[in-house]
Design a protein around this ligand. Structure first.
Ligand SMILES: Nc1nc2c(c(=O)[nH]1)N[C@H]1C(S)=C(S)[C@@H](COP(=O)(O)OP(=O)(O)OC[C@H]3O[C@@H](n4cnc5c(=O)[nH]c(N)nc54)[C@H](O)[C@@H]3O)O[C@H]1N2
Ligand SMILES: Nc1nc2c(c(=O)[nH]1)N[C@H]1C(S)=C(S)[C@@H](COP(=O)(O)OP(=O)(O)OC[C@H]3O[C@@H](n4cnc5c(=O)[nH]c(N)nc54)[C@H](O)[C@@H]3O)O[C@H]1N2
Ligand code: SF4
Ligand SMILES: [Mo]
Length: 687
């Protein structure tokens, strides 16, 4: 690696855009990273977060060596040890746990830190090793499972329209999605549609930066989206613009669903959703008379008690209007189900069937666990009900291993910390969940210190434990070849050689792609409308006293990644107006030498007045689960009864040492045991 090299890679973060990037390497050092201008979705741009990725790989707090805990759990006190010592200790402890408690007492907790199919969660890295030990299975349901389940019940797949085709739509509903923050590359396609006359509506309880840029913002009461969907369809029926031919050919359950829709006239919808009846009606009229209509609904809607049902009912809309006939119509949620890799975790290596533990249920399941092996996850910041998790992680009889880049709150509770490579240092295969491209990530530089990739760590552990099963030692390139070997038509023409050379390829779907123009991948081949009485599940917060807390994506973090970057943290807290910026300084605090603001909580003026809260005032946001501290921003961005504070900040960099998940219930949504991050009741009290 000498001279000047341009290395093609892919962003591994849990973001729908999965960007193609180019790293410039000089004398073995990565000196520059930029978005690939040739890739049609990336179009040369990364984002405010990943523009700092190289800086992040070299951050002073990067974990470079294996560590063993020396202080009490949670203290973050560690000593450096060798890989030999680390592997020996892990091997001995794992063997002891399997002998005494059985393999199911081990929980390999693999999060969304990297979406790579070789190193990360999408290919379930490490699972072959865990199958040898009979470890519990891990269900990665933390993010999107309720919505995916709802969509699969309706359409037979969660994969819907190609988001690029939004450029062809004439009406665009950005429904429970903050495009400009959580996957901004779609915006260019929305702008293309607008240039062609499309009308853009943001449906969100918060007037987000995306809502600011839309033609219209509809502030819906949280968790009532299914009712809005029914109300819009009520107007469609009144106008008689349902697509009878499409309904007859490609759907089932229409007679019952039609009856259900008729129970939701706009006045009733207005009452439940808090949206003026005239607004429901006028949007219904637009929907009734605009083809194609594209609905971009991502994960915000389904982080509620009725989130699965909401997605199922929303996805009925293009079934009624016939929008699925057109490439520019339908619902775009996630394209993951359009990816057909072979994920061979070698289930045959399991001696007997094992239980499955849901990622959303960490606090509830930890009492039955003796080894928690965390990789690509930061549960003490990201998972619901962090106070209960923390109490469990203090247990002496719990052996905790954390593979990490940085000393997160979770790593502080580890017995052993293993240093992990970052994306510029290992090889991986990617697919986006917001587009139809596959990407290859070629390592650009050697790992710093003694960092190892996920796959290499498991290969070494397997060897240390005396395992000889050959597939445990497959190389990264062999694993990538296997992933591409499914023979599915979408992979026609896709070879590892081409991917490595070109960096990215579109999957072999027709262009333009209209996935359900001729039917659905359900057993009957038809869209299944929600059964009678099953089109709406009210939110947990319905009818309760107190404020509904929404904890959405933060603009300058990616989940908790970058939460330790002081500049991105400073910007995350920067109030929107300069007036607020100077006032915000009143709340500066020092933590570890860095000036800290508290996170902001948006509060409507009426709710602030009722509690005697002033702008900028620090409050405890609390309920029976716990509390976190935030600074009030009085704002008409939220309606009365709704407050909002972003996810992502590390508890240890927050005043009071807690983040929003301290108040999020560990409670299942209606489908997929989904988490309910936006469906909790809190109170605000001045500190
Ligand atoms: N900058 C940045 N980008 C990210 C992430 C990040 O943390 N930061 N996270 C990534 C990940 S893992 C994911 S899953 C996605 C998540 O990104 P999104 O899919 O956009 O999900 P959220 O941010 O949870 O919520 C999106 C919007 O839904 C709104 N919302 C909440 N409840 C309701 C409701 O009941 N009805 C309606 N209509 N709207 C509601 C919220 O106010 C929010 O503005 O983004 C990815 N991209
Ligand atoms: N309140 C609230 N909580 C939420 C959400 C919300 O909307 N509100 N959103 C939820 C969503 S959508 C998601 S997806 C989850 C995310 O929750 P998690 O899956 O726990 O992901 P992160 O918190 O981002 O932590 C990922 C960690 O993996 C590490 N990492 C990254 N790449 C690698 C790698 O290649 N190898 C190893 N060993 N480690 C790596 C990073 O340093 C980081 O510490 O959070 C959820 N939590
Ligand atoms: S986080 Fe998203 S927008 Fe940013 S570089 Fe990665 S894939 Fe692209
Ligand atoms: Mo997510």
């Amino acid at each position: 690696m000498s001279g000047n090299l341009q290395v093609l890679g892919a962003c591994p973060l849990d973001c729908p855009d999965t960007c193609s990037w180019i790293v410039t390497v000089e004398d073995g050092e990565a000196v520059k990273m930029r978005g690939n201008p040739d890739q049609p979705y990336t179009r040369g741009a990364l984002c405010v977060k990943v523009n700092r990725y190289l800086e992040h790989t070299r951050a002073a707090d990067r974990i470079l060596y294996p560590l063993r805990r020396t202080g009490p759990k949670g203290s973050g006190q560690f000593e450096r040890i060798s890989w030999d010592e680390a592997l020996d200790e892990i091997a001995t402890r794992l063997r002891g746990i399997v002998d005494e408690h059985g393999g199911e007492a081990i929980w390999p907790y693999n999060g969304t830190g990297s979406l790579g199919y070789v190193q990360g969660c999408e290919g379930v890295a490490g699972r072959r090793f865990w199958n040898m030990l009979g470890a519990s299975r891990h269900w990665l349901n933390i993010c999107s499972s309720a919505g995916s389940s709802g969509l699969r019940r309706a359409n037979g797949t969660a994969g819907g329209m190609d988001p690029e085709n939004i450029a062809r739509a004439k009406l665009i509903l950005l429904w429970g999605t903050n495009t400009l923050t959580s996957g901004h590359h779609l915006w260019k396609f929305i702008q293309d549609a607008r240039a062609d006359g499309a009308h853009v509506v943001a449906i969100d309880p918060i007037r987000t930066r995306t809502a600011d840029q839309a033609d219209e913002h509809i502030a819906i009461r949280p968790g009532t989206d299914a009712v809005l969907a029914l109300g819009l369809l009520n107007v469609v029926l009144a106008e008689g613009t349902q697509d009878e031919e499409y309904l007859a050919a490609h759907t089932e359950g229409w007679d019952d669903f039609r009856e259900e829709i008729l129970k939701y006239p706009v006045e009733r919808v207005a009452e439940i959703t808090g949206i003026p009846a005239a607004t429901v009606h006028s949007l219904g009229m637009r929907l009734a008379h605009t083809r194609p209509t594209a609905i971009r609904a991502t994960m915000g809607i389904q982080r509620h008690a009725g989130g699965g049902t909401a997605m199922r009912t929303i996805t009925a809309i293009p079934g009624v209007t016939g929008d699925w006939r057109h490439p520019g119509g339908g619902v775009a949620y996630s394209t993951s189900d359009h990816v057909h890799f072979t994920i061979d975790t070698r289930e045959d290596l399991l001696a007997e069937p094992v239980r499955t533990l849901a990622m959303t249920r960490l606090a509830a399941e930890l009492p039955s666990v003796k080894c928690l092996f965390v990789y690509g996850a930061n549960p003490l910041a990201s998972t619901s009900d962090t106070n209960r998790i923390r109490r469990e992680m203090l247990r002496d009889d719990l052996f905790t291993v954390v593979m990490e880049h940085f000393p997160t709150d979770t790593a502080d509770y580890a017995d052993i910390v293993l240093p992990a490579t970052m994306q510029t240092e290992h090889m991986d295969l990617h697919a986006g969940y917001g587009h139809l491209y596959l990407l290859w990530n070629e390592p650009a530089v050697s790992p710093p210190g003694e960092c190892l990739s996920t796959t290499e760590t498991f290969r070494r552990l397997a060897e240390r434990m005396g395992m000889t099963e050959p597939s445990l030692f497959d190389t990264d390139l062999e694993l990538a070849e296997q992933l591409l070997s499914s023979g599915h038509p979408s992979l026609e023409g896709v070879t590892l050689d081409r991917l490595r050379k070109e960096g990215w390829m579109r999957m072999s779907y027709p262009k333009p792609f209209a996935p359900f123009a001729d039917g659905f991948p359900t057993r009957s081949g038809r869209l299944r409308f929600p059964p009678p009485g099953k089109a709406y599940v009210p939110p947990h917060t319905a009818g309760k006293d107190g404020l509904t807390l929404i904890t959405p994506a933060a603009h300058t973090f990616l989940n908790t990644i970058f939460g330790n970057n002081p500049e991105l943290r400073r910007r995350s807290d920067k109030p929107r107006s300069s007036r607020r910026e100077s006032e915000g300084r009143a709340n500066e605090e020092r933590s570890g030498g860095v000036i800290e603001h508290a996170p902001v909580v948006l509060v409507n003026a009426a709710d602030a007045a009722a509690r005697g809260l002033a702008d900028g005032q620090r409050v405890r946001v609390h309920n029976a689960n716990g509390e976190f501290l935030a600074d009030v921003e009085i704002s008409d961005r939220v309606a009365a009864g709704v407050v909002a504070s972003p996810k992502g900040r590390w508890p240890k960099f927050s005043p009071g040492g807690a983040g929003p998940n301290a108040v999020v219930d560990e409670r299942d949504a209606d489908m997929g045991k989904g988490a309910v991050y936006h469906d909790n009741i809190v109170e605000l009290t001045p500190v």
